[in-house]
Design a protein around this ligand. Structure first.
Ligand code: A3P
Length: 317
């Protein structure tokens, strides 16, 4: 099937977006969150998939062991604001359709419609993915006091990861070359807007909201066990030793990279010949991309943009 042309970026209430995340805006804003929903919020490329996978295993792996092998992660953890009607989802969806309704599906050109998928979910808690800046989040999440896990990643590694993602993902705007991409990253002309405003906006909100756990990708890499304990405590979970061990093993980068239901390999929008979805999973890969001059310019600009926040990131471990 022919893929639609890449979408273009436009200004949406002061945030750069594409139609794939704004076309269903009224339904997104009117989404009815529940008090037992768990939202995983991140700027793109900060480890949303990683934490989604962790939560899905924690809540469902013992109850329904087949779920992990039969249903792609993006269906287990729907993407709230995504709205791509008629976008081909590839073989993984066909497998999921077969598994769920017991019929043979030759082709399955489904759609990615986050709100609809969420409203149809029969399992609970609902684990929900979002990349929305804090001021765009539907108000029902605040009214219901749903638990929110925000994951932030340092700007330099985020920019690099996002660049490779945009190269391989035909549902994203054309990235152009690295140097112009980095410039646009600094200007906030990325899908979901400015990294600087995203991470600081959520950080400010966290100061007055006990329902937000603010995690860092770098901490998760450095000491996964410690961050998992913080997650268990925030969620009020006491997993068995066996479950903890299972989660720890399954969410290792190399294991997730091999998992076809989580690594994006069946998604027709992704071109793995250009770059894999599970790319490197490291802190500090920016050093392989930034020139000395780019680094200097980036640091100066960073100081200016982040001067009013106490939020600190590590760009190396
Ligand atoms: P890289 O491109 O630097 O490798 P998101 O899920 O928010 O799109 O984030 C994707 C980034 O998280 C990618 O970074 C990906 O490799 C990394 N990632 C995903 N799962 C991971 C894991 N289990 N361990 C470490 N990094 C992981």
């Amino acid at each position: 099937m022919e893929l639609p042309a890449r979408p273009t970026l436009f200004d949406f209430h002061g945030v750069s977006m594409t139609k794939y995340f704004t076309d269903n805006w009224d339904n997104i804003q009117n989404f009815k969150a529940r008090s037992d929903d768990i939202l995983i919020a991140t700027y793109p490329k900060a480890g949303n998939t990683w934490v989604s996978y962790i939560l899905d295993l924690l809540y469902f792996s013992q109850m329904s062991p087949d779920r992990r092998d039969q249903i792609p992660l993006h269906q287990r953890v729907p993407f709230l604001e995504m709205h791509i009607p008629g976008f081909p989802l590839g073989k993984s969806s066909s497998v999921a359709c077969c598994a769920q309704v017991g019929i043979i599906v030759v082709t399955c050109h489904s759609s990615l419609l986050g709100v609809d998928e969420l409203n149809q979910l029969t399992t609970f808690p609902r684990i929900i993915k979002t990349h929305l800046p804090v001021h765009f989040l539907p108000k029902s999440f605040w009214e219901q006091n749903s638990k929110i896990i925000y994951v932030a990643r340092n700007a330099k590694d985020t920019a690099v990861s996002y660049f490779h993602f945009d190269r391989m993902n035909r549902a994203q705007p054309e990235p152009g070359d690295w140097s112009s991409y980095l410039q646009r990253f600094m200007e906030g002309k990325m899908v979901f807007g400015s990294w600087y405003e995203h991470v600081t906006g959520w950080w400010e909100k966290k100061q007055t909201s006990s329902n937000i756990l603010y995690l860092f990708y770098e901490d998760l890499i450095e000491d996964t066990d410690k961050e998992l304990c913080r997650l268990y405590s925030f969620l009020g979970l006491s997993p068995t030793v066996e479950l903890k061990k299972q989660v720890r093993e399954k969410v290792l980068f190399d294991n997730m990279k091999k998992d076809k239901m989580a690594n994006g390999s069946r998604d027709e929008a992704f071109d793995f010949k250009i770059s894999p979805f599970m790319r490197k999973g490291k802190v500090g890969d920016w050093k392989n991309h930034f020139t000395a001059q780019q680094d200097e310019q980036f640091n100066e600009d960073y100081e200016r943009k982040m001067k009013n926040t106490h939020l600190q990131f590590r760009t190396a471990l």
